[in-house]
Design a protein around this ligand. Sequence first.
Ligand code: HEC
Length: 123
Amino acid sequence: MKANSRFLIFFAFLSSLIFAAGTFTLPVLTETSRSKAAAIYDRDCYACHRWTRDFAGPSMLGNVSRYKENPKALFNYLKDPKPIHPDKYRPMEIEKLSDGDASLMVAWLFALLEDSTAKDRPR
Ligand code: HEC
């Protein structure tokens, strides 16, 4: 194989890696999108979750912390919840979130993790 084509193959491989890693980006939060996220949370999540303590579901602070390094996995969970703690809880059942609402939710929950004193943080 010529050096040239080896370089090309390597380059194609590299760009596919970069592409795969870059497909998931969180939306940038604005005041408007934050209040949208808070409204979705009120409607679809608050019934079962409290921020710092376990309730009908596990504490949201703990939930989000576990995904700190992997926002995409949290997105996937919200789109399609799988059993996590079958010994303690029934699998989560929620209203279906659109892709846009699910990634907004992830961005907002991560922002609240960074700043737990934010005034739109749910109880
Ligand atoms: C009907 C009650 C209910 C509602 C509503 C609900 N959850 Fe849950 N949630 C649960 C339960 C129960 C679990 C634990 C499930 C398990 O262990 O399999 C859970 C677990 C989670 C987890 C933890 C996943 C993990 O890997 O540890 C996250 C994150 C989460 N919920 C986010 C949300 C968000 C965001 C909403 C709103 C869009 C929401 N939940 C709405 C009951 C609920």
